[in-house]
Design a protein around this ligand. Structure first.
Ligand SMILES: Nc1ncnc2c1ncn2[C@@H]1O[C@H](COP(=O)(O)OP(=O)(O)OP(=O)(O)O)[C@@H](O)[C@H]1O
Length: 354
């Protein structure tokens, strides 16, 4: 493949203004959009907007985007089971829930996201991954990258460099994949390790893999050159001149209704409240008057809120009435394990000293 120089433009002829139905005939088959934002919620909102608003019957769109550090869970996952929320809070790493299914991935500026939009009829994940492989080989022909039957990309047959997820609408579909180029690979496994035990749930579990960055295979591979070569390969596939349209996901004039889509993705009800119903069974200890007291906690959590709660203490220690009051105080609260445990310990000490 000949790598042709990439032209980038803002709000050009092929920016989204021309894509709505009234302009359909003037749009070429493959359009490439690249986000100027690194905000995970804004970029996920663009995916929603394209999915909901664009007519993709005869055209395809590639959306290229990167985010500041973030953990992105699949639509049907449980964040308390998938990642280290206290550590993420400490480090300012955002949590986002995407609209597509699948597992949990870590994003930062060293990770490229590629979203392939097509009509539902033309949706073909393997074809997209083959395009990415061709692009990588055009940049570094010795790189050993292969797609698996789970639609992951493996480097040297062993290390995952890309994970795939998809959303199939009635007429439109998208396939998005990550591409690890130079992400923080020491933080990645720590952030994706939950500190909580005792969660039982039917939520989709992630499938952890050994991961590696492409820049570890060849230090000359960087995000800019990879994004360029993928765009080049995509343009070549549709016989277009390589042209990337830079878009700002905050631009309401280009994307009417986009701010609302972003707000929806940022709500507690979407990020945490969408978690499938689950239970927590755990035991913790508190130190009281020089002795250790075991407390058994069992909860049912629905839509992110504590629906049922049962606490077991040694009977000599807290009367049944007080224990019932404590359980009732927790029902209806948002589930936040660290704060809930702190609250229980605090109240138990307070109540038992009366
Ligand atoms: N940015 C990333 N790119 C590739 N792999 C990643 C990334 N971040 C984390 N991983 C690895 O991928 C695992 C999650 O993979 P999993 O297969 O569950 O989800 P997925 O790849 O998003 O989607 P799908 O389930 O649809 O394949 C993580 O536990 C981690 O080992």
């Amino acid at each position: 493949m000949i790598i042709r120089p990439m032209i980038r433009s803002f709000h050009s002829l092929f920016a989204l203004r021309i894509i709505p139905a009234r302009y359909e005939s003037s749009v070429k088959e493959g359009v490439i959009l690249q986000s100027t934002s690194n905000n995970v919620y804004e970029n996920l909102a663009i995916e929603d907007w394209i999915h909901d608003q664009m007519n993709l019957e005869n055209k395809n769109v590639l959306f290229i985007w990167r985010n500041a550090p973030a953990v992105v869970i699949g639509r049907h996952q449980n964040p308390w089971r998938e990642c280290n929320l206290p550590l993420m809070r400490e480090r300012g790493i955002c949590l986002a829930r995407r609209r597509s299914g699948g597992g949990t991935v870590y994003h930062d500026l060293g990770n490229i996201n590629l979203t392939f939009f097509t009509s539902r009829k033309r949706y073909d994940r393997m074809k997209n991954l083959e395009l990415v492989i061709r692009a990588l080989k055009a940049l570094q022909h010795q790189v050993d990258v292969q797609a698996t039957s789970r639609f992951d990309l493996l480097l040297d047959k062993k290390f995952k460099i890309s994970g795939t997820a998809a959303k199939l609408g009635r007429t439109v579909a998208y396939h998005h994949c990550t591409l690890l180029c130079s992400a923080n690979s020491s933080l990645l496994p720590i952030v994706l390790q939950s500190p909580y035990h005792g969660i039982e749930s039917n939520a989709t579990p992630s499938v952890p893999s050994l991961v590696k960055n492409l820049s570890d295979a060849d230090s000359s591979l960087n995000c800019e050159s990879i994004m360029d070569v993928v765009a080049s390969e995509y343009s070549a596939h549709y016989n277009n001149k390589p042209h990337v349209h830079l878009i700002d996901p905050k631009d309401e004039s280009l994307f009417p209704g986009i701010s609302q889509k972003k707000r929806d993705l940022c709500t507690w009800d979407w990020i945490y409240g969408k978690t499938p119903k689950f239970s927590l069974k755990t035991t913790f200890q508190i130190l009281y008057r020089n002795s250790i007291v075991d407390i058994k906690l069992s909860m049912q959590i629905k839509n992110g809120y504590i629906e049922e709660c049962s606490l077991e203490f040694p009977n000599y220690w807290l009367s049944k009435d007080l224990s019932n009051d404590l359980q009732s105080a927790l029902v209806g609260c948002k589930f936040c394990p660290t704060e809930t445990a702190f609250f229980i310990k605090y109240l138990v000490k307070d109540l038992s000293s009366r």
